[in-house]
Design a protein around this ligand. Structure first.
Ligand code: ADP
Ligand code: MG
Ligand code: MG
Length: 888
């Protein structure tokens, strides 16, 4: 019965073709519907048209093949046979839903049409056979609105408006007061709206309805909002979506019917407690649409929230018990937390969807650790299950518990974390302000897929309507944005661009702080505290450490950063940029004197002032990094970066040096470079002004010797010469450093171990790595500059074209964020191989920004680097990513 393009599920369907359970073929929704049906759960029968058909349809110019039409017709018979109704029948019509389902779940991206198969005649049949005309007309009006919106492109606002007016005329407050005749009247109005807007009568032919809906699902793959979502989430654009056509079950058949959404565990905290929302006598998206306030699932959740309307546990104990059992079964089957959609039709539970639930980082950690404890998964699975990048959420400051909070109101804690920023009231404004570098909080009545770009640009999201499973909540959790939803005291005046909370009025642009962990909304900018690595987080990190091969170091140049990084588990410094110490207010004047000096004697005089300062810096860092390797890079940037530009600075410098301002200005102009990135910098400074590197080496060795004098926890300094392109450069500077080391050791009467190596950041260095390795004990890949010099792209000037390049797929991702493995990676691989050929035990590491990017880390593991180095906050991400790389 099933063949290549269509698979049936439910009833007596075979579910035995592996393609049917392959998400790439059947989509996530279709694969999971088949899976649920095959383990005996109550799934309304239906069929799935494959993603391959979508790709073919879009490629072949929106045309369906005769074969596909035939396959769909026979699959429809499977549904008819199973439920004993026929599609388009005037007596007992089969109604179906048409649902999209891509391989990767894309919340809210694709539109679903419910109650398809209704027309002016079948609605009468449905009224008769159900004995409930109100239900039949309610279903028909829903269908007309959804179909007109999704398939025919009619603005759904027109329908909502018409319904509002009709209710007002009747003096009704809610939809539930509408009677059968009222809905019938609405249907007439809706059909008129559709005809007016499209120029055609609402389609009465059920086959035309079905194919129109299938086409709309396929077309929605290329809708703008789907494209944006894919771009933001790195989802390939050529996968296509599947379509699921499924017999309707009705949650809108009176008080014994309901619809709901649930998670098997709390997606926000990870707590093992049923979590969800439901609505009596409702259908489909009613729960998440924010039109009616959803009810709690369990009695405990209801009581905790102090809510009145009965929980499902209380109102429908039998269906609830079956649901609870199903949760358990699904978790044991999928061995993961599930996100479920269900409907109860006249007391009978039906499962409409399951998928691995999205979760916050905190919840991901708790669930992973708990499930190992429960024996559901093993340690390795737990490590692999947590997205390293999601840890970022936990590595950011939270609100200072001692800070004063001017709490305006409290909504639902929809996505944890603290955020402060200026209020913006729409997505476009959010994006514009964020582009200017402002922190913004997006405040909406409720969000919809059209707001995605603004949600992404915002630091936090606040909505007046919607529950814990509303669009805002789900998307915010996915993006790791703090979110408070359903703050019902909040009202927004879009004309005045103000908002009111109780008696307080705020305007767009005012500061607002959100605590997504407890739902508080506060006026002003509330201070924050540093994160900490404890509890489940620490446990998972310990497991990760057991399974990784590569070491993880940090890029740090201050004792505070080093301390933070060690708390996060750093095993050394991979990059200490010594020039950062030169920018210090107390030192910059001596640095400038050194740069502007006329000759070596002048430079040495200025360097003598810097020596004790630099020694002190090294000393402090070496104390913190006791016993660990520390890669110290000698001076790298072009000197002009230190030059004065302001009038005051020149005057101050004139005072300090005794030179006239004009003279200093001329020297500064002499140092101007056309292309500083490729100019007088890196080891070229060491070659031309050896006294600079001599001073730095001296400061370093004196500091190590001093630390060694008072402690047996001596760090291992790795002196790194930057921007080497030829062996000779390194050889000359190596001699310099070794000479200074010998001098210092003689003076101090003590020798310490050290290594000299180089940063590999030029293509020539990669190619000549076998030669360079003769003088280097280690290589550290400086992939920021290596990317610039390999691609011939200046990172600082790339902003204008990099976006479009990524959008058009010229680069898969920003090559400064994720290593260009094909190009730059190839050079890294060559350098590693050639370096090892000369010196098999050469130490290899990476210290570019890429050392904190999971995909780049996986590559580093593959080519056998010894360590990666990341900024302090990224160290835990790197530890986990390194473990995952080892396990995969
Ligand atoms: P989404 O991908 O946006 O979640 P779905 O295809 O899951 O869209 O449909 C949204 C909602 O419509 C479901 O949660 C469910 O409540 C309802 N729905 C879909 N198919 C059916 C059906 N066959 N019977 C009853 N309700 C359905
Ligand atoms: Mg939806
Ligand atoms: Mg769904």
């Amino acid at each position: 019965m099933s063949n290549d393009s269509v698979y049936i599920f439910g009833g007596d369907a075979p579910h035995d073709d592996p393609r049917q359970k392959d998400k790439k073929i059947a989509g996530g929704k279709g694969a999971n519907l088949a899976e649920m049906a095959s383990i005996g759960l109550p799934v309304p029968p239906g069929f799935t048209v494959t993603t391959e058909e979508c790709v073919r349809y879009l490629k072949e110019g929106a045309d369906f093949s005769a074969a596909l039409r035939q396959d769909v017709a026979s699959a429809l018979e499977h549904i008819e046979r199973t439920v004993g109704k026929s599609f388009g029948s005037n007596d007992d019509p089969l109604l179906v839903s048409v649902r999209s389902g891509a391989a990767v779940s894309m919340p809210g991206m694709m539109d679903t049409v419910l109650n398809l198969g209704l027309n002016d005649e079948t609605v009468q049949g449905l009224a008769k056979v159900s004995g409930d005309p109100r239900f039949a007309w309610d279903s028909y009006r829903r269908f007309i609105q959804m179909y007109s919106d999704v398939v025919l492109g009619v603005d759904h606002g027109l329908f909502e408006e018409a319904l509002e007016i009709a209710k007002e005329d009747k003096g009704f407050l809610s939809d539930t007061e509408m009677e059968s005749e009222d809905w019938e009247g609405i249907v007439a109005q809706y059909k008129a709206i559709c005809e007016q807007e499209t120029g055609n009568a609402f389609p009465q032919d059920v086959q035309a309805q079905l194919w129109g809906a299938i086409a709309a699902v396929f077309d929605s793959w290329d809708a703008d909002r789907a494209k944006i979502y894919r771009r933001l989430n790195d989802i390939p654009s050529d996968m296509g979506t599947a379509v699921n056509v499924q017999a309707m079950v009705f949650g809108n058949m009176g008080d014994t019917s309901a619809t709901g959404v649930a998670f098997t565990r709390d997606p926000s905290t990870g707590e093992k407690a049923f979590y969800g929302e439901w609505l009596v006598n409702a259908q489909g998206e009613d729960v998440v649409a924010g039109i009616r306030t959803p009810q709690y699932l369990t009695r405990k959740a209801r009581e905790d929230a102090g809510a009145k309307p009965a929980s499902m546990e209380e109102a429908m104990p039998d269906a609830f018990a079956e649901l609870a059992q199903t949760f358990d079964l699904l978790e044991r089957h999928y061995r993961d937390m599930q996100d479920i959609e269900f409907t109860v039709q006249q007391g009978k539970l039906w499962m409409l969807q399951t998928r691995n639930g999205k979760r916050t980082a905190k919840a991901a950690l708790k669930m992973a650790v708990d499930m190992v404890g429960e024996g559901l998964i093993d340690e390795k699975t737990a490590i692999l299950r947590v997205d390293p990048m999601a840890l970022d959420q936990l590595l950011h400051p939270t609100l200072d518990p001692d800070a004063r909070r001017d709490v305006l109101t409290r909504g639902l804690p929809a996505s944890p974390g603290a955020a402060a920023g200026r209020i913006v009231l729409d997505a476009d404004t959010a994006e514009q302000h964020a582009q200017r570098g402002e922190n913004v909080i997006l405040v909406r009545l409720e969000t919809s897929p059209e707001d995605i770009h603004g949600m992404h640009a915002a630091k936090g999201i606040l909505t007046a309507r919607g529950g814990m499973t509303s669009h805002a909540a789900v998307v915010a959790r996915g993006m790791g944005r703090p979110c408070v939803s359903g703050a019902s005291e909040l009202s927004i005046d879009m004309k005045a661009r103000t908002l009111r909370i109780g008696t307080r009025e705020l305007a767009e642009g005012d500061m607002l702080t959100l605590d997504g962990g407890n739902g508080q909304v506060m006026a002003g900018d509330v201070p924050t505290v540093e994160p900490e690595l404890a509890g489940d987080f620490a446990t998972l990190m310990e497991w990760a450490d057991r399974h990784r091969r590569m070491k993880v170091r940090t890029n740090a140049e201050t004792p505070e950063d080093c301390r933070m990084a060690r708390q996060f588990g750093a095993e050394g410094i991979g990059l200490c940029r010594t020039e950062h110490m030169f920018f210090d207010a107390g030192r910059i004047s001596a640095v400038r004197q050194m740069i502007l000096a006329e000759d070596e004697a002048g430079r040495r005089k200025a360097l003598a002032k810097l020596l004790p300062e630099q020694r002190k810096d090294f000393h402090e860092i070496f104390e913190v990094m006791a016993g660990l390797p520390c890669t110290i890079r000698l001076l790298d940037p072009p000197l002009h970066e230190f030059l004065p530009t302001a009038e005051d600075d020149f005057a101050e410098l004139a005072d300090a040096t005794g030179f006239g301002i004009d003279h200093l200005r001329r020297r500064a102009a002499d140092l101007h470079e056309f292309n500083p990135m490729l100019g007088h910098r890196g080891c070229r400074l060491g070659i031309t002004y050896p006294e600079i590197y001599e001073m730095q080496a001296r400061a370093l060795f004196e500091a190590v010797c001093d630390v060694a004098a008072s402690s047996d926890q001596v760090p291992l300094p790795e002196i790194m010469i930057p921007l080497v392109g030829t062996r000779r450069e390194l050889a000359i500077l190596r001699e310099t450093v070794e000479r200074v080391a010998a001098e210092v050791f003689a003076e101090k009467g003590r020798e310490v171990e050290y290594l000299i190596g180089t940063m590999i950041e030029l293509p020539r260095a990669c190619l000549m790595a076998d030669e360079i390795a003769k003088d280097a004990l280690f290589f550290s890949f400086g992939t920021n500059d290596l990317t610039q010099t390999t691609l011939g792209v200046s990172r600082d000037d790339a902003a204008r074209f990099l976006g479009p390049y990524v959008e058009q797929g010229i680069y898969d991702r920003d090559p400064f964020v994720s290593l260009d493995i094909d190009g730059v990676g190839q050079l890294v691989r060559i350098a590693a191989e050639r370096g090892r050929a000369t010196r098999p035990d050469i130490k290899l590491g990476i210290c570019g920004e890429h050392g904190g990017d999971p995909a780049s880390i996986a590559f580093c593991n593959e080519i056998g680097l010894d360590y990666v180095s990341a900024s302090p906050y990224r160290v835990p991400i790197a530890r986990l990513a390194a473990a995952q790389a080892s396990l995969r």
